[in-house]
Design a protein around this ligand. Structure first.
Ligand SMILES: Nc1nc2c(ncn2[C@@H]2O[C@H](COP(=O)(O)OP(=O)(O)O)[C@@H](O)[C@H]2O)c(=O)[nH]1
Ligand SMILES: [Mg+2]
Length: 432
């Protein structure tokens, strides 16, 4: 009897011990990346080579957790402890600075994606861009990449880009109504404008597709079904260069700093292409004063309090921005008002001045960010960070003498003045 009891006690002890071991193993946490729930990746890093099945028309929204009830999408709050363990470190002096660029990068992920509009023929040029973005940044973050095209993407494009992106890739064909003439456009008038611009040798002046592209980037990319579940985007074009390591997550800088729009290069627009854009903008401001931000950056856009446009704009081939802002009533009202006026076709309005005017008028100054650390080239301009210390710390390979920021044709100096920011040491040596 006593021997029998001892056996039962032994069984109980073994069972308790087994349960304790099981509990310990299942609840232990590795000190690596924590992907917030609700990003639709089932908590796993993106699987290499996985593409979205919904590449053919019509695009389907990616099955991700939906955001707020007012059609905005949010980045889930980081899980407890994430921020404390991995606070953003922006300079080598910050204690948490990621000097070794470990992979995968610690810290939370934002609800964000890269986005590229491209033709199948752009495949090798976008391959170059992707390789730079991955090597300098995304290999440690594995953010998704959305590719959009007015035609069906071919197998080569999908195969090459999927092999290069470390996150998940999605391919979407743009709906006809987002890449065509609206019915109120007078085709003959538009044609005459193209012929006239061709004669005057205005760049892209005779191109129909370029105009569709500019209208699409102004009013539709951010509401494509594949984009609807993301909160932030980073636009990448074919044949760009990134010259420095990116040690922190720019999406996180946007999120934690309350930023809605960002840039690396700014300049003056070719006035002949936007002759009546400011008249249309003034009409919009009169009709919708409620959309103007209290502390807006009008002084960046105008030297006479809004009477005329000085043609300053952020160069939109690079953008990191908030999609909820572009999907807001304010922005959509602005785009629709411009679209009705017809200047995408009767002139050759670019998406860069359109985005910039919107940001300058409808955002507070503090919501627009200049990324000095992201060194960038798109033909023919270079942004190379000012300050040798920064360039060495970020292992940059750009030639500082090619930095456009402080040259006479750049508007970046004006941006610093308007927003009351101190220009980086050494900026004066780089003036013309
Ligand atoms: N799918 C598609 N993409 C286009 C077309 N035209 C331009 N793009 C893309 O739109 C972006 C801007 O065009 P780009 O030729 O670089 O213009 P630029 O930077 O103003 O000289 C790039 O990402 C191009 O790949 C087009 O007709 N179809
Ligand atoms: Mg380009």
């Amino acid at each position: 009897m006593v021997a029998g009891n001892a056996r039962y006690v032994r069984y109980i002890i073994i069972a308790v011990f087994t349960l304790a071991v099981f509990y310990f193993v299942s609840s232990s946490k590795y000190d690596t990346v924590t992907i917030p729930s609700g990003l639709g990746k089932t908590g796993q890093p993106a699987q290499k080579g996985k593409t979205d099945e919904s590449r053919s028309q019509p695009q389907q929204p990616i099955d991700k957790a939906k955001g707020g009830s007012d059609n905005t999408v949010t980045t889930p709050k980081p899980q407890k402890g994430d921020d404390a363990k991995s606070p953003l470190a922006l300079t080598p002096e910050d204690p948490n600075w990621d000097a070794k660029l470990v992979s995968p990068a610690p810290g939370p992920r934002m609800n964000a994606t890269f986005v590229t509009l491209a033709r199948n023929s752009d495949v090798w040029d976008i391959a170059r861009s992707i390789r730079q973005v991955e090597d300098r940044f995304n290999r440690r973050y594995n953010y998704d990449w959305v590719f959009l095209n007015d035609k069906e993407f071919d197998d080569t494009f999908i195969k090459i880009t999927t092999s290069l992106v470390s996150g998940k890739t999605h391919y979407g064909k743009i709906a006809e109504e987002h890449w065509s003439f609206p019915e109120w456009i007078d085709q003959d008038k538009a044609k005459k404008v193209r012929e006239d611009m061709a004669e005057r040798k205005i760049i892209y002046g005779d191109s129909v597709s370029y105009r569709h592209m500019c209208r699409f980037e102004s009013g539709f990319f951010f509401r494509q079904p594949l984009m609807m579940n993301y909160e932030y985007y980073w636009r990448v074009e074919p044949s760009i260069e990134l010259y420095c390591d990116i040690h922190y997550d720019p999406f996180r800088v946007m999120h934690e700093g309350g930023k809605k729009y960002s840039f690396v290069l700014s300049l003056y627009e070719y006035a002949e292409t936007i002759k009546t854009l400011w008249d249309s903008t003034k009409k919009f401001m009169k009709n919708h004063p409620e959309h103007l931000a209290a502390d807006n950056a009008m002084q960046f856009l105008s030297d006479d309090g809004g009477e005329t446009y000085n043609n300053c704009h952020f160069w939109s081939n690079f953008e990191v921005g908030n999609l909820n802002w572009l999907r807001s009533k304010a922005y959509i009202d602005f785009f629709e008002s411009l679209d009705r006026d017809g200047g995408f076709f009767y002139e050759r309005w670019g998406d860069a001045p359109v985005h910039s005017i919107a940001a300058g008028l409808m955002l507070n100054k503090s919501e627009i960010h200049f990324f000095n650390d992201i060194a960038y080239w798109h033909v023919p301009f270079t942004h190379c960070p000012t300050g040798e210390k920064t360039r060495l710390a970020l292992r940059c390979h750009c030639n500082p003498s090619e930095n456009f920021d402080w040259k006479g044709y750049s508007c970046t100096s004006r941006f610093f003045d308007v927003t009351g920011q101190t220009k980086p040491a050494g900026w004066e040596d780089q003036k013309d």
